[in-house]
Write a protein that binds this ligand. Structure first.
Ligand code: SF4
Length: 276
């Protein structure tokens, strides 16, 4: 049974990173560490030493060969160009004061959170069993997409926290309604999922949201309706698995897993991973 309708390309375009329109924000605004697959351990506001004056990465073509999987798989869902657009007169390098540069970094963190929430809302608005929520979801999604085009002043004046609370409340309602509509009995995930082998399990409809599933083995599993919202799936093995109807996966999550040509991915993820 199909769970998702297709997301229109026009909406998916909103989540494609456009690094050429970004001031290299992910390479300066976020804390990074060597164990997480970045070249240096540094604090927010410390630019990576491989970031060139034109905001390109000196070693972009070598990220994979150097084992920099953190850089390789990071996906801002379009927050970089959105936040750079809020500061059209200059980048963090040209900021007049440390406070102004910090404002840019803060905007990037807010933009990242907003884009992630919009990604979830966009998916929720395609879930066929919850069509009675679509009008509300799409109103909130449109509002959030409009917010991405606000001026800097209006963006900071907007009550983003209240918006995110409303969005996450609606996402919880979406999940509850989905379970009711499909008559899913509550199925608890097992404790201690890190490294667990799920081969042979019935993983359909399982709620893995916010779970730690690092290095878990999902080879060959049918993950229809499995909810991965906020789950840590770094190093999980999805070779031969069917994730085409899995819920709330992001490009950043799937980039850190093991997949192969037999792994089936959701349409929106394929678009974002191939369209970069
Ligand atoms: S190595 Fe390149 S992609 Fe990674 S943080 Fe540095 S500049 Fe950014």
């Amino acid at each position: 049974m199909k769970l998702h309708a297709e997301l229109p390309d026009a909406i998916l375009q909103e989540f494609l990173p456009r690094c050429r329109s970004c001031y290299g924000l992910c390479c300066v605004a976020l804390a990074r560490s060597i164990p997480d697959g970045f070249p240096e351990t540094r604090l927010p506001g410390e630019p990576c030493s491989f970031l060139q004056p034109d905001f390109r990465c000196t070693i972009h073509a070598e990220l994979s060969a150097r084992g920099l999987f953190g850089c390789e798989t990071y996906h801002c869902l379009g927050a970089g160009q959105m936040v750079s657009g809020l500061f059209p007169s200059g980048s963090w390098r040209l900021a007049d004061s440390p406070d102004e540069a910090r404002e840019i970094y803060r905007a990037f963190l807010l933009g990242e959170g907003l884009k992630l929430t919009l990604w979830y809302l966009a998916e929720a608005g395609t879930l066929l069993p919850v069509q009675e929520l679509w009008a509300r979801i799409n109103r909130l999604l449109s509002k959030g997409l409009a917010l991405c085009g606000f001026s800097r002043e209006d963006f900071f004046l907007y009550d983003l926290e209240e918006y995110l609370l409303r969005a996450h409340s609606l996402l919880r309602q979406t999940w509850s309604m989905l379970r009711r509509q499909l008559s899913w009995k509550p199925r608890r995930r097992p404790p201690n999922c890190v490294g667990r082998c799920f081969q042979g399990w019935d993983t359909r409809g399982m709620n893995f949201s916010t779970s730690s599933l690092a290095q878990a083995d999902f080879q060959g599993c049918d993950l229809w309706g499995a909810n991965f919202l906020g789950a840590d799936i770094q190093g999980a093995d999805f070779r031969g698995a069917d994730l085409s109807e899995a819920l709330f996966l992001t490009p950043g999550q799937i980039g850190r897993t093991i997949t192969d040509e037999t792994t089936r991915l959701p349409q929106a993820l394929l678009f974002c991973l191939n369209g970069r």
